[in-house]
Design a protein around this ligand. Structure first.
Ligand SMILES: [Zn+2]
Length: 448
């Protein structure tokens, strides 16, 4: 179906070269950049006045666990590092129901969208009895809200009984996981540059799955041509676990099971040494940097500059909302900027790097080169921010202001040429009702 072209006209500022007078969108794609002093060449373009907006590529979130919005700011899990934090939370997550997941997914996606996000991943790895169609629930929510997604069929099959971290109640066996992975890809995965729903395969971490499942999952991803995702090198605990359990470091473990390649993107990547970074760069494996989560759990800091020097692509992820505890991608990229600025100093990186990580960098993580940049032929995924809040008053450089003054709410968001956020709200979404439903579900899980 052909749609009327839209001219996003005369932006206050735009994160693109040669687009001083904006850009033209048609049939879900960017078809023209309009240079300063020019008029659009596209016939019949209807103007949208963007003179009060800063226009940037839609932000892309490369790591999350939507269901964790149900366990935010939970005293039982507070002030703990990763392993004890997980152990406190697994029994509560084991009580996840389809209704609770639907509320959680809707909350996480809405929060992301309102912060300027146009594409998000989700790493869903908890499948208690009765929640077999978790990915289907997520697909439905994404379609309802209009956000582009790369959902993962996550998994855990190494429980406490076999030396793993999670309890028996939240793990599945290898055959069930692999069969369902294949089903989910066949049912939901779309291909091509306009895909709105894609599926990746994502065993949770070395300490919650077997080597056999890692190996089989990599082979299946190869066969089905889908992406691979997992947590890696998040803590020193994980290094010790891998050395004790498998006799090698996490990256060796990954490589041994056929994961070191361009199909894989990894969450965290904090504890790689120089040689490992070189191997990652050579393999074109990418990293989702999750600054808030890493700070909250005191895990450490991803060495982003050494990574980029070694050719490793960096994207941004908010991580699960129990280790952040929000899903605001603009705030996340600001956190990444500040954290890394403190580490590397003022001359090594700027706000522009953080914006690049959350757009082009993240697009590489999700394997979608047609996203993350305002360029002709790319998807019309855009985030428009107004600078009319107190926090921006007196700002000079509008694009820098987004990061430095702490933008946290987009005024307009477009995905594939369709407005998904209008005047800072998601059309048709009753936020008050959603909060009531989600809070009640969270309370039921806490109460048991
Ligand atoms: Zn995570």
């Amino acid at each position: 179906m052909s749609t009327m072209p839209i001219w996003i006209k005369d932006p206050l500022a735009i994160l693109a070269e040669g687009a001083g007078r904006g850009l033209v969108v048609k049939d879900g794609r960017i078809v023209e950049l309009v240079p300063a002093g020019a008029e659009p060449a596209t016939a019949g373009a209807v103007a949208y006045d963007a003179s009060g907006h800063v226009v940037i590529p839609g932000l892309i979130n490369t790591h999350h666990h939507f269901y964790q919005t149900l366990t935010r700011a939970l005293p039982a899990a507070m002030d703990r590092e990763l392993f004890p934090w997980l152990k406190a939370l697994y029994p509560i997550w084991a009580k996840l129901t389809p209704e609770a997941l639907d509320a959680a997914v809707t909350v996480a996606m809405a929060e992301l969208m309102l912060s300027g996000c146009t594409t998000t991943t989700d790493h869903h790895y908890v499948f208690p009895a009765g929640l077999d169609d978790a990915v289907g629930i997520e697909v439905e929510a994404a379609k309802r809200l209009g956000i582009r997604v790369l959902l993962t069929r996550g998994s855990m099959n190494l429980s406490e009984r076999d030396g793993g971290l999670p309890p028996d109640s939240v793990v599945q066996d290898e055959d069930t996981i692999l069969a369902d992975s294949e089903r989910v890809v066949a049912q939901f995965h779309q291909r091509g540059p306009d895909a709105m729903v894609q599926i990746a395969l994502a065993p949770c971490s070395p300490f919650s799955v077997t080597g056999s499942l890692m190996q089989q999952t990599a082979a299946l991803a190869e066969k089905l041509d889908v992406r691979l995702h997992t947590h890696l090198a998040e803590t020193e605990d994980e290094n010790r676990f891998c050395e004790a359990m498998f006799g090698c470091r996490p990256l060796d473990y990954l490589e041994k099971h056929g994961w070191l390649g361009p199909r894989t993107w990894l969450a965290h990547g904090i504890f790689f040494n120089a040689d490992e970074m070189k191997r990652l760069g050579k393999a074109k494996t990418t990293i989702s940097h999750c600054a808030c989560s890493n700070q909250l759990l005191a895990s450490g800091a991803c060495p982003v500059c050494e990574m980029e020097d070694a050719g490793v692509g960096i994207g941004i992820g908010v991580d699960g909302s129990a280790s952040n505890d929000g899903s605001n991608l603009m705030q996340e990229l600001r956190a990444a900027f500040l954290m890394q600025r403190a580490r590397y100093g003022v001359s090594r990186l700027s706000h522009k790097d953080a914006l690049r990580w959350a757009t082009k960098g993240s697009a590489a993580c999700v394997g979608r080169p047609e996203l993350g940049e305002i360029a002709v032929g790319n998807a019309a995924d855009l985030a428009l921010f107004k600078l009319d809040e107190l926090r921006f008053s007196g700002a000079s450089d509008p694009i820098a202001a987004l990061v430095l003054c702490g933008a946290h709410r987009a005024d307009r968001v477009m995905v594939g040429g369709r407005w998904t956020v209008i005047d800072g709200a998601i059309p048709g979404l009753d936020v008050a009702a959603l909060i009531r439903r989600h809070s009640a579900a969270a309370e039921r899980m806490r109460a048991g």
